[in-house]
Each structure stands twice: as C-alpha cells, then as structure tokens.
Design a protein around this ligand. Sequence first.
Ligand code: IMP
Ligand code: MG
Length: 182
Amino acid sequence: MEFESIDEYKRKIRHIIVSEKEIKSAVKKAGKMINSIYDGIPILLVSILKGSFIFLSDLCREIKVPCEIGFMAAKSYYEGTESSGIVKITMDIKQDISKYHVIIIEDIIDTGRTLNDITKLIKKSNPVSLRVITLLDKPGRRIVDFKADYSLFEIPDLFVVGYGLDCGEYYRNLPYIAEFSE
Ligand code: IMP
Ligand code: MG
C-alpha cells in the first residue's frame, strides 16, 4: 500500500469501533475465564499469525495457569463460494498437539472459512481438548457455519484495522480497533 502523505494514512482510519480501554477490560475478563476453566491445568495457546499477535501477547499475560505458546500460519484455497477444504499450513506449531489442552487464538472471524479449516486440521492431531477464542466476530459475514467458544467483541460488517489487524500490512500497531475506509 502506498500513501501520498501521512494525512492520507491517517484519513483512512475512520471512527474507533473498540477503544483501548474496552479492549483492556475485555482481555482481562477473557484471561479470568481461562484461569477459571483450566484451574491449574497446563495449556497450549496457538496463535494464528499474523493478526492475533497483539491479542495473544496481552491475553497470555492475564493467564495464571502453566502456558505454552505456539504459532501457526495458514492459507486457504477456495473455488467460488464453496470451501474446497484445502488449507495450506505455511507455518506449523512445533509442539505435539496430542499432549495438550489447546486454545486457538484468532483475531477475527469473518466468513468462518479459515478457522473452520484450522480446527479440522488440529482435531486430526487429537488434542486433549480444544477451544477457540477470537478477539472479534463479524457474524453477519458468515459463509461457513463456525462458532468460537468465546468472542470478545461482536462487530458489524465493516473492514477494521488495529490491535494486530491490518490493511496491506499497515495499521497493525494501532492500540485500538477502527473502521478502515479508502
Ligand atoms: P475468514 O476465513 O473469512 O473468517 O477470515 C478471517 C481472516 O480474514 C482473519 O484472520 C483476518 O486476517 C482477515 N480479515 C477478515 N476481516 C477483516 C477485517 O475487517 N480487517 C482485517 N482483516 C480481516
Ligand atoms: Mg488472521
């Protein structure tokens, strides 16, 4: 993405959808929920790159149970609107999933395709248990029926950036979530 000026870069950030303060308190609450569910049981957090890296780093510091971190990146290929079920893992986790209570950490669920494929793949490795936590959910955009176990914020059908989410690799470093528009 090219910007003619810093003003142009800033102009594309429209109004704030979720503030820094709202994110902080929701992440704390999610951490508490994880601590009470797992209550001393070791877990493996699997962060789906790149969008979830900031959410992961804030959330993991609220977690009091023994916790390992893994990273995974995937690309999905589809024909038309139907999922072909082909998901290519471009970076895989190093841990042996079958030994862990796994929590997938995602930035946003849009059509549902990515997480639908990733959870199917992870289930094949027989984790002891599996949960999915997403920072944002756009239920209005769903094509594949997929529900996270826990979603911090439901948002309307808008393209958003910030707190890890990008447009053309920019804006991930914004401390809040904002609507992006050309
Ligand atoms: P899904 O497979 O359609 O659910 O796509 C999820 C992925 O699309 C997310 O992990 C994001 O990388 C990307 N995505 C979906 N909506 C947005 C958005 O509003 N802003 C930035 N990235 C998005
Ligand atoms: Mg993503």
